[in-house]
Design a protein around this ligand. Structure first.
Ligand SMILES: C[S@@+](CC[C@H](N)C(=O)[O-])C[C@H]1O[C@@H](n2cnc3c(N)ncnc32)[C@H](O)[C@@H]1O
Length: 467
């Protein structure tokens, strides 16, 4: 369950000022500065310069020169901020993860990074150069149209923008599709290492354009630490022209119209259908009703289709598990919308846990409950075979006799996979039918099969447990 907010972490530190030893506790005041409280009655003048400070991580780490800024702009104080004068430390990572990261350390790797360009295939360089030039030309055109449209009254501007998106915008989306096909043809035989290197190269050249598309920006910057977070799922479900300028809107729209994005939308329709089939197979679920679990639930948008009427609200008990509190907040919002629409409260449990921890539980049933139906969409694509096998085996334990497990995974032939990896920096574990089925080897099921969604990109492994 989601608990109370976790207190901001702090670390102990020490320094010396004019020969006097100082001790303090420190938190992150901002990304680049520390907030400190000196101990043992020490009061420092505002602007005092410390030649060094040491912070207790796994071991004592020495940071460079810094200036003390007393709290609330006072002339002196026992509390305030430390501003570093020679180095640029990531103070959040320092305090939270206990890791020293000098943001300027980047320059140490620079020669190596720059040399990467010598290891790019000439035809790939040529492809990127053409794409960059063409994007620059298109952007200039659309920006110019924006400028003209902006001077019009609101209703005229609205109509003109819509016409532009429909006509020239569609042509531009067609151009992007063509570039994606060119990319596929160029890279489909590359080794893993070549994909990494060439993807990195493409993203450096296309960076300003990638930052224009809302979803491309998020997948590249990864504010949650990985691509494919719940916010991105919402963008995929909305499938809209999000963005400030017409060019931004088109860059976003293209990325949410790919085959993989369409498959994400289609799997949301498939889960409720399978759930009803499972319900029929189970028959009488017993006195405590029908229980189901979504593993890596994200915003749980498929629930809108699950809870279609008052009977569904009464029958179903659900558990939503996700590692990310933001994802669970979005799931709560989905549940609230359904509750308002149906005029009744759902029986829901929210579990903020990683499947990586969950699989270490001795008695998983006591943590996540036991379920007639367990499904997981958009999780196995992020797990290597050994982890995926362990997760599947463990979660199989909480499927009740006669119940079903349904897991999704993108197929290796997914048309937009190189676009995702190269443009969005969003890499997945794509699988074949054989490698997906192989994850279930050793489990005692009465039937195992692979189905495809209507796009043909998304596979579903469906395992049924003997009654
Ligand atoms: C691609 S989204 C899919 C969300 C949802 N199932 C859907 O189809 O819309 C992936 C979700 O998996 C969650 N996730 C990723 N790794 C996880 C892990 N190890 N344990 C639990 N949740 C995880 C993320 O937080 C995110 O909400």
């Amino acid at each position: 369950m989601i608990g109370a907010p976790v207190a901001e972490p702090r670390r102990r530190g020490r320094s010396v000022l004019s020969g006097r030893p100082l001790t303090f506790s420190a938190g992150a005041a901002s990304r680049l500065s520390l907030e400190v409280s000196f101990e043992e009655g020490a009061v420092l003048p505002d602007g005092a310069e410390l030649q060094w400070v040491e912070i207790e991580l796994a071991q004592l780490v020495r940071l460079g020169r810094c200036r003390f800024a007393a709290q609330d702009g006072k002339k002196e104080g026992a509390a305030g901020r430390l501003l570093f004068l020679d180095e640029v430390y990531d103070c959040r990572i320092l305090i939270r993860d206990g890791r020293l990261m000098d943001l300027r350390g980047f320059f140490q790797n620079l020669p190596l990074v720059l040399l990467q360009r010598e290891r790019i295939r000439p035809e790939f360089k040529e492809h990127c150069a053409r794409v960059v030039y063409d994007l620059a030309v298109y952007k200039r055109f659309f920006d110019e149209q924006d400028r003209i449209i902006d001077e019009e009254p609101a209703d005229v501007a609205g109509a003109a923008r819509e016409a532009l998106l429909k006509a020239d915008g569609r042509r531009f989306l067609g151009f992007l599709d063509e570039k994606v096909r060119e990319l596929d043809a160029l890279v489909h035989d590359y080794t893993y290492e070549e994909h990494e290197r060439h993807g990195f190269y493409l993203r450096r050249l296309l960076w300003p354009y990638l930052m224009s598309g809302k979803i491309l920006r998020r997948s590249n910057l990864k504010p949650q630490g990985y691509a494919g977070d719940a916010e991105m799922m919402i963008m995929v479900y909305e499938n809209s022209y999000a963005g400030r300028t017409v060019f931004d809107q088109l860059m976003h729209k293209h990325a949410v119209e790919t085959a993989a994005a369409e498959a994400v939308r289609s799997r949301r329709r498939l889960v409720p259908r399978v759930l009803r089939e499972v319900e029929e197979r189970v028959g009488d679920p017993g006195p405590d009703g029908f229980h189901f679990l979504s593993l890596a639930a994200g915003p749980a948008s498929e629930l809108e289709e699950v809870f279609r009427g008052p009977g569904d609200v009464e029958r179903f008990n659900l558990t939503l598990l996700d590692q990310d509190p933001v994802a669970l907040d979005l799931a709560r919002a989905t549940v609230r919308r359904i509750e308002v629409a149906r005029g009744a409260a759902l029986s829901v449990r929210y579990l903020q846990q990683s499947v990586r921890t969950v699989i270490r539980s001795r008695d998983l049933g006591s943590v996540v409950g036991r379920h007639h139906f367990v499904y997981s969409m958009g999780l196995f694509d992020y797990l290597s075979a050994p982890v995926a096998r362990a997760v599947l085996a463990k979660i199989w334990e909480v499927v009740r006799p006669g119940g079903t497990l349904l897991a999704g995974n993108f197929h290796s032939s997914t048309a937009s996979r190189y676009h995702m990896a190269y443009w969005a920096d969003w890499s997945l574990w794509y699988r074949t039918e054989e490698s997906f089925l192989a994850l279930a080897e050793g489990l005692e099921y009465s039937s195992a099969r692979i189905d495809f969604d209507e796009t043909g990109c998304q596979m579903f492994l469906r395992l049924e447990k003997p009654a």
